[in-house]
Design a binder for this molecule. Sequence first.
Ligand code: NDP
Length: 323
Amino acid sequence: MVHAIRIHQPGGPEVMKWESVEVPAPGPGQVRLKQHAVGVNYIDVYQRSGLYKLPLPFVAGSEGAGEVVAVGPGVSDFKVGDRGAYAGALGGYAEERVMPADRLVKLPDNIDYKTGAAMMLQGMTVRYLLRETYKVGKGTAMLLHAAAGGIGRIACQWARHLGATIIGTVSTPQKAALAKEHGCTHVINYNTEDFVKRTRELTNGQGVDVVYDAVGKDTYPGSLDCLKPLGLWVSFGNASGAISNFDLLLLSAKGSLYATRPTLGTYVAKRADLLANAGELFDVVGKGIVKINVNHTYPLKDAAQAHRDLEARKTTGSIVLVP
Ligand code: NDP
């Protein structure tokens, strides 16, 4: 038996229960991982609250890093003792777990477990957002909401490296300073300033090429007004609540805009794409282009407190649970 955080019904952080669970021997195509660190992401909140519905009960979390302690039949990519990391495989908040081997990637020796657990979901998301959903490069003007968050800080560093002008939004002066430190060209406090007006001023009335918006309800439809004609609105999250009144006609009225609602799962569904994405992420982290800020560490059994702090907007950078 090992310990895990299990959810029997959707609700607030209190529904996360520290329980003993049985971990079976790995089946065909599976490995058993002894986890050294587990990542916390906003999607864990959506799954816990029931915004994203999952069959009950389930072990929360979908990101971690650890050591392979057993391999199932047919697994050739991993052996006992290998270091691995993953994102997007439900069942993360556990001391040990069994998972599909094709979702695990080898963690390079120069990246420690905590950093590995903190970077996989946010880092691979930033990689597909900046390199695939829209090809950010020299001359790109982009608006990035929640620029001091986990995704935000990685995106600022990576987009700066790619040569973009980054306009970031944040809710406090402290977060504004952090976003700037991580490469934001201009920072807007959207609690005290009108982010649409300010974005248009900063771009001489032109608007930006692309908006990365994971705040959701509170920044819709304002984000659309920040775009150039034919610009791309990337709605990839719902930190303030889901958008329920999306109006397709607004895209034509505001300049033949494009809109997409992407998710990491689609971009790394094929193993080759997962390896390419993770490989590029390991490269930028290994070279120090992107620094992963593990700013908050909690014991695994205190996952509920990590959720409280994340939802209260108290965190910056990444959050890790340690078994
Ligand atoms: P963050 O660390 O960015 O935390 C969320 C941030 O959103 C807060 O810090 C806060 O920043 C901002 N925010 C704005 N309004 C609210 C609100 N009402 N309640 C809480 N927070 C608010 O989280 P992550 O880096 O883990 O994730 C960022 C977003 O990216 C999430 O929406 C997540 O779902 C999404 N995501 C999407 C993926 C995809 O593939 N589609 C994959 C991974 C993440 P501030 O105080 O500065 O406003």
